[in-house]
Design a protein around this ligand. Structure first.
Ligand SMILES: O=C(O)C(=O)Cc1ccccc1
Length: 309
């Protein structure tokens, strides 16, 4: 039976993303305390696949995930999930809003409630925790109670037996986080027509227009990009790699051509998977860039080359 890992403990938004992946509902689900530990468990074979957060509509990329995927033994994304994020402020029985002096939560959650906290609890001190759910379990019976209140998902507050002091406190009400299911690279999901492909690109050397040289590989093949992030390579100051999501599947002709183009012009291309997009959208394909266009052009060239003695 497939074992699924996730960034836990139970009650994290990541667990919600995993439960939204039907094959995981009746399978064994194993929580890990950090993104690094979750991905290490996939790499080491302790679990077959695992869910981790990658991108938030308010706070942007999750660096821990982007960096851990870009380096180390190869992993690929096999699915993605979008989860609507709703935060509550929860505390033990007896605590009131006026008495809250310290709040524990995950750094990404804190970044999304700063406005509410500034307006309602301006004197409060932030206590970083490994996840939103661990901030809640810290307040459960037997927990160490290192902060007065936790910011977490409603389900995490309920599981820890906490009372909700304030509901729906996110600064942006329609916040969504994108999660990815990653596995060792033994098979890539078949194309669905609504797919995304993720790659990390390392330039050959930093030069004027270097990024443009990478991006034109997509532009000239009519490929739409859905995410572009630069991350430090950590080798030296100012040395960056680019984490990119594009529309399309590695089997699509235009994507294959772009990837071979990138392979030629980049120092390194890390392929991080082709997978069905969670929003059921179809890929935008610019005119003259469909599979048939590429194949017809290739047949034309082959016919000419066949004449060569
Ligand atoms: O801590 C959690 O619950 C997570 O899954 C990470 C996270 C934190 C804040 C918003 C979305 C995901």
């Amino acid at each position: 039976m497939t074992r699924y890992g996730y960034f836990g403990p139970s009650g994290t938004f990541t667990e919600m993303a995993l439960l939204d992946w039907p094959p995981a509902r009746d399978a064994e689900r194993v929580p890990f305390a950090s993104v690094d530990a979750t991905l290490a468990a996939v790499r080491g074979g302790d679990v077959d696949a695992a869910m981790v957060p990658i991108e938030n509509s308010v706070e942007g990329g999750v660096s821990a995930t982007l960096d851990a995927l870009a380096t180390g033994s190869p992993l690929i994304v096999i699915a993605e999930r979008l989860v609507k994020i709703r935060f509550v402020l929860a505390a033990r029985e007896g605590m009131t809003l006026e008495k809250v002096a310290t709040i524990g939560t995950h750094s990404h959650a804190w970044a999304q409630v700063r406005g509410w906290v500034g307006a309602n609890l301006p004197e409060v001190t932030y206590v970083p925790t490994l996840s939103t759910a661990s901030a809640a379990t810290d307040l459960a019976p037997g927990g160490e109670g290192r902060h007065d209140a936790a910011i977490c998902a409603p389900v995490a507050a309920a599981q820890a037996g906490l009372q909700v002091l304030a509901d729906d406190i996110g600064d942006i009400k329609r916040a969504v986080t994108r999660f990815v299911l990653v596995a060792r690279p033994n098979r890539i999901p078949a194309p669905t027509g609504g797919d995304k492909t993720t790659v990390v690109l390392y330039q050959r050397k930093d030069m004027a227009g270097g990024l443009l040289r990478l991006l034109e590989q997509f532009a000239t093949r009519g490929i739409n990009m859905t995410r572009l992030e630069s991350r430090p390579t950590k080798h030296s100051m100012g040395d960056y790699c680019f984490s990119v999501d594009i529309e399309g599947h590695v089997l699509d002709e235009r994507v294959g051509e772009a990837l071979t183009g990138l392979k030629r012009v980049c120092a390194e291309v890390v392929f991080l998977g082709s997978y069905a997009r969670a929003d059921n959208g179809r890929a935008q394909v610019a005119p003259f860039n469909g599979d048939d266009d590429f194949r017809a052009a290739a047949r034309w060239l082959d016919a000419i080359r066949d004449l060569v003695q």
